[in-house]
Structures are given as structure tokens and as C-alpha cells.
Design a protein around this ligand. Structure first.
Ligand code: ZN
Length: 438
């Protein structure tokens, strides 16, 4: 029998601050290697770290958005190990006193994925491996990272995708681009002991690594092999996980209190208001009887789209607002509210909106309203298109995309929106097919 799959994550994302976590060096720049460095981020003896309050503000805002219990004071630990990318021989991280503990992200269907803890830590330097030597770039050394640890509440690949989509959207609205530097440890147990896949980079690889592990563990179980607790790595090219040399567990690292930073009160640090785009999409869809998915597609990762929908959804049909936003995205345009309203008016008249239409609106020209779209004219055009294209009907097989080209032609000819024509087509097609069978 299949056992329940449990996935837990340790997610690392870059905190977008101007300067590094413990010094005044620029955190992100495209300069040559080792240009954004100082004695602190190169770990010179005697240098002392100074905490970046902005990094704490962003970390607190994430904790707040994920309903996590905020600490009043934070402190730091030194995780001691020797590696060339870490010349001071320890990484400053948080263990006993992180930014927050607990929390959750809500998924559809009342599912919740609990958060265990949220902490900040510094990134080590970057090692560039060449044929027979290695180079070290300290530009990355000391960049602030946010680590979010979940409980093993993710119950499969679909859950994982949804969870990461929610996380990505919540972080997007707090100014964090998860794609910039997403690294995760993915823990999977389904058929016995917990297997940890270390250092998986990017969302796509996280999903593929989990997929591979679920199948591997199932196959092992079906053949009667026990799954042992182990650490594995993910090979992106082979899309497979493989055993990794056992590294020390946290208990085996030398961990000591970081005396240079001490206790740091974070109570007075402000938080940014969270935005839960999927919840907003659900509410808008219910209120305006529209498709939740369609609204989600527009607003999950687009502040501007959310602002436009909030402003205009009461005044125009929400599908009209969504179509207008789609048109702006398609032609890569931004309009102010007054000009956006001209676009809304054109679309609500079922007009065909081209790049030229939007350019005209941009330049403040009056839009050629054209004749009101005549439904019977469009219907007869569709019917004659269906009679003339028996080949398309044969290829149709439930896939309306085969009609896209003809829809485009009719749209142009009558200056009507393709969406309107495809709506009419969906109504006329079954009647047409039924008529044929008589
Ligand atoms: Zn520095």
C-alpha cells in the first residue's frame, strides 16, 4: 500500500538589501570579482560585524506575512567549519534565537503547510572552479540570506507546486524575487526513513528532485528494499538524485554564540503589509462571478495588474479589465488610469485591440469606435467559416486551438475581439455539429 508522502523544505532566498548583512559593502553589483569587499566580509582578524537593520525589516515582514511568532530579540551563532569560501572559518547564522518560530501558508482546500522557523544568515564567498585551480570571489561573501524552514506538511508534487507558488507570490509582494537566488534542501519521506536532497537550485529542479525521489522510494519499496536515512545531491543534467558523502549534521558542527553581535532588539523594527494575491483572486472571482484562475494568472506576480483590477473591477466587467491587462502585457505597454479606461471602453465594445490601438490610446488620440459589433454578422461569418473548413472540424477533437487562425481572420475583418469571437464559436460549434448529424 502507498504511504503518505511528506515533503519538508529548507528554502534559502536572497534578501534584497543595498548593503551586505554585516558591513557597508554593496550587496549586489555587476563589477569585477572581489571589488565589493572589506575587512569584515573578507573575515580579517579583528574586524567586527555590524548588523544591517534593513535585512531584519525584510525578514520580519516575511515572518509577519507567514503568521510566524516574532522574537523580541534575536542573537546569532557561529557555525564553525573550515572551507576556502569562509576565511574566518565560521558562518554567522541563527540557531537558538531566530527572527521567528511557527507560522503557516494556506493552500486551497483548507490545507495548511506549517512553518517551523525563519532566520537570517550570511552567504559565504563564491568558488569558481577551473581546470587545475580554483578562484574565490568575495563579492558574494556576507550577502544576507533568508532561510525559511517548513514542517513536512507538503503531501505531493501538486502541493509542492502550489506551496511554492504561494510563497513566491507572498515574497514578490514584499519585494523579494525568489528566482534571483533560490536554493533549497528538499526532505522527502514516503516509504520509510527521511531522505534529504541538499542544495537544489531553482523551482524547476526542486520539483524534479522531489518527483525523482518519490518514484525512487516507491520502486525501492515495491522491490522490498528498505529506504535508509540519507543525504543525496541532485544532478540537474541527469534529472536524478544520488548519494552524497555524509556531511556533518548540525550537532557535529562547532557552534558557538556570536559575541560581537550580542542580543539585538527587533521589536521597534517596522513590517511591510503582506498581500495574499490568491486570496484576493478568490474573493474577486466570487464577488464578480468570474474565473479565479484567470484573475490569479494576472495578479500573483504583478502589482500593477492588482492595482488596476482593484480600481476598475466595480466599474467594468472584470473579464474586460483582465482582457485589457492581457493586452497591455502582450504589447508590453503601461497606461495611466485615464488611458487605461479608454482601453477598457474599446474592449467593452468588443473591439479588436491591436498594438496600434494601444499606441493611439497612448498618444491620446480618439479611438475609432467603429460600428457597433453586430452579433448576427459575426455568427454568420463563423457559420460560413465552419462550412468552408471541414478539415478543421475533422482535426478539432475538442481542441478549440485549431480554429485560432480563422478566429484571427474574422477578428481583423470585423474589428472585433478574438475572445468575443471564440465565445460565439463555442456557442455555435455544438449546434453546427448537431446540425451536421441530422
Ligand atoms: Zn564588506
Amino acid at each position: 500500500m502507498m504511504q503518505a508522502i511528506k515533503i519538508g523544505l529548507e528554502i534559502h532566498v536572497a534578501i534584497p538589501t543595498k548593503t551586505k548583512l554585516f558591513c557597508a559593502c554593496a550587496a549586489y553589483n555587476e563589477q569585477e570579482p572581489n571589488m565589493s569587499v572589506c575587512p569584515i566580509c573578507m573575515g580579517f582578524p579583528g574586524s567586527k560585524p555590524m548588523l544591517n537593520a534593513k535585512a531584519l525589516e525584510i525578514a520580519k515582514s516575511v515572518a509577519n506575512a507567514l503568521h510566524s511568532d516574532m522574537a523580541k530579540t534575536v542573537s546569532f551563532e557561529r557555525k564553525v567549519y573550515f572551507y576556502p569560501d569562509l576565511p574566518k572559518s565560521f558562518q554567522i547564522t541563527q540557531l537558538s534565537n531566530p527572527v521567528s518560530k511557527g507560522g503557516f501558508i494556506e493552500l486551497q482546500g483548507q490545507n495548511k503547510v506549517r512553518i517551523r522557523r525563519i532566520q537570517i544568515e550570511e552567504d559565504p564567498a563564491k568558488i569558481l572552479r577551473e581546470e587545475d585551480y580554483s578562484l574565490i570571489d568575495f563579492n558574494r561573501s556576507g550577502r544576507p540570506l533568508l532561510e525559511i524552514v517548513t514542517e513536512p506538511d507538503i503531501s505531493g508534487i501538486e502541493d509542492l507546486k502550489e506551496f511554492m507558488g504561494e510563497m513566491k507570490s507572498i515574497l514578490y509582494y514584499l519585494g523579494i524575487d525568489i528566482n534571483a537566488e533560490l536554493k533549497a534542501d528538499v526532505n522527502i519521506s514516503g516509504q520509510g526513513e527521511r531522505v534529504e536532497v541538499k542544495n537544489v537550485t531553482g523551482m524547476k529542479n526542486m520539483i524534479n528532485a522531489a518527483l525523482f525521489e518519490i518514484k525512487r522510494q516507491e520502486a525501492a519499496r515495491n522491490s522490498g528494499t528498505a529506504i535508509s536515512k540519507e543525504t543525496r545531491s541532485y544532478d540537474e543534467a541527469k534529472m536524478a538524485t544520488m548519494p552524497m558523502r555524509e556531511k556533518e549534521s548540525d550537532e557535529e558542527y562547532g557552534i558557538i554564540y556570536e559575541p560581537d553581535l550580542g542580543e539585538y532588539s527587533i521589536e521597534s523594527i517596522p513590517v511591510l503589509e503582506p498581500v495574499y494575491a490568491s486570496r484576493i483572486a478568490k474573493e474577486l472571482a466570487a464577488k464578480h462571478s468570474a474565473s479565479e484562475k484567470l484573475i490569479m494568472e494576472q495578479i500573483m506576480f504583478d502589482k500593477n495588474a492588482l492595482q488596476l483590477i482593484n480600481k476598475f473591477a466595480g466599474m467594468y466587467k472584470i473579464n474586460t479589465v483582465v482582457s485589457a491587462i492581457e493586452a497591455l502585457k502582450k504589447y508590453n505597454k503601461v497606461l495611466d488610469n485615464a488611458k487605461f479606461e479608454s482601453l477598457l471602453m474599446a474592449i467593452s465594445k468588443n473591439m479588436f485591440v491591436s498594438g496600434k490601438t494601444i499606441e493611439a490610446i497612448e498618444q491620446g488620440k480618439a479611438i475609432e469606435a467603429g460600428p457597433e459589433i453586430d452579433e448576427s454578422l459575426i455568427d454568420s461569418a463563423i457559420n460560413s467559416m465552419l462550412s468552408e473548413n471541414k478539415g478543421l472540424l475533422r482535426d478539432y477533437g475538442g481542441n478549440p486551438k485549431v480554429f485560432n487562425f480563422v478566429i484571427g481572420q474574422i477578428a481583423k475583418k470585423y474589428n472585433a475581439s478574438p475572445r468575443y469571437i471564440s465565445t460565439r464559436l463555442n456557442i455555435l460549434l455544438p449546434k453546427f455539429v448537431a446540425g451536421k448529424e441530422d
